[in-house]
Every structure is written in C-alpha cells, then in structure tokens.
Design a protein around this ligand. Structure first.
Ligand SMILES: Cc1ncc(COP(=O)(O)O)c(C=O)c1O
Ligand SMILES: N[C@@H](CCOP(=O)(O)O)C(=O)O
Length: 522
C-alpha cells in the first residue's frame, strides 16, 4: 500500500492505538497445530528424515515447495509475549500475532517459549537436530537463525519466512592478536559482521520481518515497518523489507552514521528520514509515530528481535562442539544484544545442551557509557545520559531501551561492564587489523575490554574467550582513513599511512631498503 493512502479517508480504519489488538480469526492457531516443526520427529535424525538427500529442486519445485511437503504434525511448540521477568504461565500474555511492544505496566516484554514442550526432547536431541541443519540449503534451515526455528518462532509457516540464510557466521581463532597482544592462546572472534548487510542485525531482522510478513498476509493493518537507527538496524530492516516487498521507514540522526550505513537503506528503497537529533531523539520519535500510525516498530524494544539474535550464542556453543567458553565480550549500545546472548546461553543450559553459561562482558564507549556508570554504581538508580560523539557511532546511545534486560543478564552470569576511550578503541581496532582482521570500532571497544581485563588478571591467560565482532569494518572505513592519515588530534599510535614515492627505480629502491631493514631480525 502506498504511503499516500495514509491520507485516504479509510485510513482511520488502519490506525491502531497502543492497546494490543487481538486476533479475530483462529486461522493462525489452526495452522500452528498443523505446521509444528518440520523434521522435528522424536526419532533419531537419519538420512531419510533429515531431508537433505533428495535431488535439488527444479524450477517448478523450489525450496519453499519442498519445505511445504515436509511439514510435520508431530509436535506443537508455542511461544508468546509475557511481561519481562514473568513466567510462561503469567496471567498477562499476548500472542505473537498481536501488535504489542510493552506490558500493561509499561515495562518491556519478553518472548517466552513453552519450555515444558521443548524439554520433552533431551539436550542430545537438540544438539543433533541443530547440527544436522548446518551448511544445507533446506528451506528455511539453511539459515543459522531458522536452523533453530523451534526455539525462535515455532509457529510461523516456512512460507512466511523472509531469509537471506543469515547466521552461521565464522568463529575464528585470533591466534596472533591473542598471543602477541594479550598473552593468550584461546582467543576467538565471532564475526557477526560477515553477514548479508554487514552486521549482527540480520539475525534479528529475519525474525521481525518474517512475522510482519505473516501478519500482513493475514490482513493485519500494517502499512510498513519503521525504526530509529544508528545505521545497522536500518540497513538490515530495509534489506529484509525490500526482499519481502514491505515498505520500510527509517529515522536516522543526521550526520551521525557512516556513509556506507546511510547508503544501505537508500539503495534498498526505504523512506529515509535524516533528523536533526541524536539516536535517542530518533527513538523517542519512532515510538510516538508507531503508536499513532499502522507502522510496526522494528527496534529491539520489540522483543521478537531478541529471538533471532540469541541464535548467535547457540551458534558459538555449536561451533565449539557444545563446549562452553569462559567469557564472551560484547559491545553494548541499546543493550538488546547482551540480553540476547544471555538468553541463548541460558536456553541451552535449561534444555540440557550444556551444563553452564559463560560470563559476559558488556563493553561501552566511554563517551556513551550509561550501563558502565550504572554498573559502577552497583546497579542503583539508572540514569540516562547524553551520549557524546564516538568513533563507535553505532553505540552512541545514552538512554538504552533494554537497560533492564542488560542488568538481569549481567547479574545472572556474574558479568562485568568495561569502557573504552576513543584512543583505546581506535588503537585496539588498529592493532587487530594489523593481525589480519578488519574490525569495526565497536569491536575495538570489545577488544579494549579484553585488554583491560587481561591486564588486571580478571581474565586468565588460559581462559577461552570469544569477542563478538558486531559489524564489518568496511562500513566504518572513514574512521580508519582518519586514523591512518593522522588527522585525528592525539591519535594514531599504530597508523600505517601510504607512502608517496616518485615513480622511478631509485626512489622505490630507497624506500624498500629502509622497509626491509626495519623488518630484518637484529
Ligand atoms: C555495530 C554495532 N555494535 C554493537 C551494537 C550494540 O548492540 P545493542 O544495541 O544491542 O547493545 C550496535 C547497535 O546498537 C551496533 O550496530
Ligand atoms: N545500533 C543500533 C541501534 C538501534 O538499536 P536497536 O537495539 O533497536 O537495534 C542500530 O544500528 O541502529
């Protein structure tokens, strides 16, 4: 539907207010009984039921057609919204098909799964099931998110899923950085930035946009989807919406995001509003707008997002063959991510896939550190702040919507919060790059936390540590150009600027001789 229809007299019928709307039809409920989870038979996974050995689909029989034929009626997993920190049997709950972002008391919501139904299968069953789906093109399990569909959105029909087979990002051994700069041998980077739109947000948006797709197919009055963004959420939202033909609207703080991030929603056909405010100002506005207009709110205030993101935690365990690392370090801004990791690890423990969870570290830029200040204050009386400019621009957030989620996660895993100054984060990013990575400044914030916790001895030399790299460095090339060209006052300890040389043999030889001498072992 065109945005201009908003001004049509019938628009009033499309407007929803902040009160949750209830399903009028039981079509979804019936269907959910029918669909349950494909390949979720309690029998062991075999070549026959694993659905991977049949011939590739022909043009007339695409992967969605094939998935439809394998829909099973064996199990019936469900999930619903309950107020954050409530239990599954809470008297206040909402179907995931309702358009609701806040509880009656105005607090956050959380997606709760029917853990009793999931627990009918033991940890080994789930480990095998998830492992059996990796590296395949079976719809929708080829996605790292949807390979855990029963734990994400169990009731959505595969037909409604909008996916770019996101997830399954590499977890690599950061051997040289570990040994050379932090004296450790078991350091890993989970590179969520090697993804469809270059950040971890794809894991979340495939879930949110799939659910919107389902709602729109069921004639719920949603004209489009909107978000406030520091650049990555808007890039992911616009890409997934474009793929499904759903209008997207993004509110961006003017001149506060990178050029690469700005051009992503522009290219994907979103309505891009550049607003003369910061992220917190954009967030406030989008919340007001989405409570007035039939635009679905895509920020992580919407707890559907967490369901996709938590799969990154499950993936880490899977990639370590279900061994639990000692630490996971995550850069934090709006603070949905730290909670999502906690939730993913916790579900694996509760359902018997592993026997413990790692300690989490949330790393913030010192220029945007409300959680760090709250942590230092013993989590008493949270105060939002005015976030200052930071090279880690995607986490320039002073009033994080998921503050309560983050505090719960940190308290329950004996977590830590660290901060990084601008110089520290840019130096850490550049050091990592010098070992063959190409990190974003937010990963520089996480690496700074690692360096500090190693220096203080909190993280031991033989601990297994995972640093979560949240975006691709290519999105933040300008900050690297500034660093290496020495244009940032007081910064550039590890700068490696290009050398301008006259194009003649002698001049090139002179430069090379100096270079080779400097590299020759003494
Ligand atoms: C690249 C990047 N890293 C880290 C974060 C922080 O994630 P969260 O807002 O969930 O704390 C964001 C977004 O906020 C981001 O875009
Ligand atoms: N870094 C985010 C900030 C928006 O927060 P979200 O929690 O709603 O994703 C972005 O890229 O916009």
């Amino acid at each position: 539907m065109a945005v201009s229809s908003l001004f049509h007299p019938s628009f009033s019928t499309l407007v929803f207010n902040s009160k949750p709307t209830h399903l009028t039809s039981n079509r979804n409920n019936n269907r959910s009984l029918f669909i349950a989870a494909s390949s979720l038979d309690p029998t062991p996974i075999t070549a026959a039921n694993n659905n991977n050995h049949s011939p590739p689909p022909s043009a007339a029989d695409n992967i969605k057609d094939k998935a439809r034929r394998h829909v099973s009626t064996t199990n019936n997993f469900t999930a619903k919204y309950v107020p954050f920190n409530a239990t599954f049997d809470s008297p206040e709950s909402y179907s995931l098909d309702e358009i609701v972002y806040r509880s009656k008391s105005g607090g956050l919501l959380d997606v709760h799964h029917d853990m009793e139904a999931l627990a009918k299968f033991d940890g080994a069953y789930w480990r095998n099931l998830f492992d059996s789906r990796v590296g395949k093109t079976t719809w929708p399990y080829g996605s790292g998110v949807w390979s855990k569909k029963e734990w994400v959105l169990p009731e959505i029909h595969p037909d409604d899923i909008v996916s770019a087979f996101e997830g399954n990002s590499n977890l690599f051994w950061a051997e040289r950085f570990g040994k050379q700069f932090v004296g450790m041998n078991d350091l890993w980077v989970k590179h969520c930035g090697i993804s469809h739109t270059g950040s971890f947000k794809d894991l979340e948006m495939t879930v949110l946009v799939s659910q919107v797709n389902r709602l729109r197919k069921n004639e719920r009055p949603l004209v489009g989807v909107g978000c406030a963004s520091t650049g990555d959420t808007s890039a992911a939202l616009s890409a997934y919406c474009a793929s499904a033909g759903i209008p997207s609207i993004v509110f961006l703080p003017a001149n506060k995001i990178s050029t690469a991030q700005l051009i992503q929603p522009v290219s994907n056909g979103a309505l891009v509003l550049s607003l003369d405010t910061d992220f917190d100002g954009c967030m406030k506005l989008i919340r007001e707008i989405t409570s007035e207009l039939p635009i679905y709110l895509a920020n992580s205030l919407n707890s559907l997002r967490i369901e996709g993101q938590k799969t990154a935690a499950i993936e880490i365990l899977q990639q370590f063959d279900w061994q639990v690392p000692d630490w996971v370090i995550i850069p934090g801004g709006n603070l949905g991510n730290i909670y999502a990791f906690y939730k993913g690890f916790k579900m694996c423990k509760d359902l018997g896939l592993v026997d413990k969870i790692p300690r989490l570290v949330c790393a913030q830029a010192a220029n945007a550190n409300p959680l760090y200040l709250h942590y230092k204050n013993g989590f008493k009386d949270f105060q939002a702040i005015k976030a200052e400019t930071t090279f880690a621009s995607a986490i320039q957030i002073g009033d994080p919507v998921s503050i309560d989620r983050a505090v719960l996660a940190l308290k329950n895993c004996n977590g830590i919060v660290e901060e990084a100054t601008e110089e520290e984060l840019m130096d850490a990013m550049s050091l990592a790059d010098s070992t063959g990575m190409f990190t974003c400044p937010h990963t520089g914030v996480a690496l700074t936390a690692l360096i500090k916790l190693r220096n203080s001895g909190v993280i031991g030399s033989s601990d297994r540590v995972v640093v979560v790299s949240t975006a691709h460095g290519l999105k933040f090339a300008q900050s690297k150009i500034d660093y290496h060209s020495g244009t940032i006052p007081g910064m550039g300890r590890y700068a490696n600027p290009p050398v301008s040389v006259k194009a003649d043999f002698g001049s090139v030889m002179d430069v090379l001789k100096d270079f080779l001498l400097s590299k020759t072992p003494k």
